[in-house]
Design a protein around this ligand. Structure first.
Ligand code: COA
Length: 248
């Protein structure tokens, strides 16, 4: 594990970003969001051809670090988590992800901003915001219903039902299912292939694909105001505290 829990390295035009906090199932702290935000934000300037997001261990990410949410909740839109979400929504650099195991909360919602998502059969996608007394983030209140249909998004958002790898593929959250042993190499090959293509054509294509950025950014702002309010609520604090006292 690294000091911040995220490693960032550039190779052959690909920026490799690895979630590296496996002992806590890659739960994302404010410090990790800060590194992620900078890695995505500076990719254009650094002439990165594609950004590859992977994770160490058996879990893509358990989502926001709930201890961090209890002790140091984001205060405003300059919080690292919001900077990260806005960078994801506005970058011109294609984003490629490889997912194995659970992708909880932001672990799933960040994927809705990715251009290619490879998943192992073990991948499970969950957005249990309501169960935690919270609301959706990363524009997922709009992007998830748009991607999989409102009725199916309802089961994920309101019931907290997990979406397994096959369903995620069938419903267009995942580009391709890949056996576990070939997952990282497949995602890396895709990122390298994009990085080798005409850079400006790739960037312009990305801008065209994400033509509704302004609306997405406005959605992130709307959600984050509600999210901050919810984080301070008794409902949320009780649910998050319960996670740490389960089974005791
Ligand atoms: N925040 C902080 N710590 C977390 C965490 C989170 N979101 N998710 C896991 N951890 C920690 C656990 O507290 C545990 O720490 P410990 O070893 O010091 O007790 C460690 O990571 C391993 O987690 P554990 O729950 O034992 O692993 P698991 O394999 O049984 O389950 C998950 C994995 C991801 C399904 C489960 O940890 C989980 O549901 N996490 C919470 C997900 C969540 O609600 N995220 C917020 C979304 S907004």
């Amino acid at each position: 594990m690294t000091a911040t829990g995220v490693t960032v390295t550039d190779q052959d035009g690909v920026r490799h970003v690895v979630l590296d906090r496996p002992d806590k199932k890659n739960a994302l702290t404010g410090a990790m969001y800060g590194v992620l935000a900078d890695a995505v934000h500076s990719a254009e300037r650094d002439d990165v051809g594609a950004l590859l997001l992977t994770a160490r261990g058996d879990t893509f990410t358990a989502g926001n670090d709930l201890r961090d949410f209890l002790d140091a909740p984001p205060q405003n839109d300059s919080a690292p988590v919001i900077r990260f979400l806005l960078a994801l929504a506005t970058t011109d650099v294609p984003l490629v992800a490889a997912v194995r195991g659970a992708a909880v909360g932001v672990g799933t919602t960040l994927l809705l901003h990715c251009d290619l998502v490879y998943a192992a059969p073990s991948a499970r996608f969950m957005v249990p915001f309501v169960d935690l007394g919270l609301v959706p983030e990363a524009a997922s209140s709009v992007l998830l219903p748009r991607r999989i249909g409102r009725a199916r998004a309802g089961a994920a958002l309101f019931l907290g039902e997990a979406i397994d790898a096959q369903r995620a593929y069938d419903e267009g959250i995942v580009t391709k299912l890949v056996e576990d042993g070939a997952l990282d190499a497949t995602a890396e090959a895709a990122a390298r292939a994009i990085a080798a293509k005409p850079r400006q054509a790739v960037r312009q294509t990305k801008r065209l694909v994400s033509h509704d950025r302004e609306a997405i950014v406005a959605t992130i702002a709307r959600e984050s105001a509600a999210f901050r309010e919810r984080l301070a609520s008794d409902e949320a604090r009780a649910a998050m505290t319960a996670f740490f006292t389960r089974g005791r």
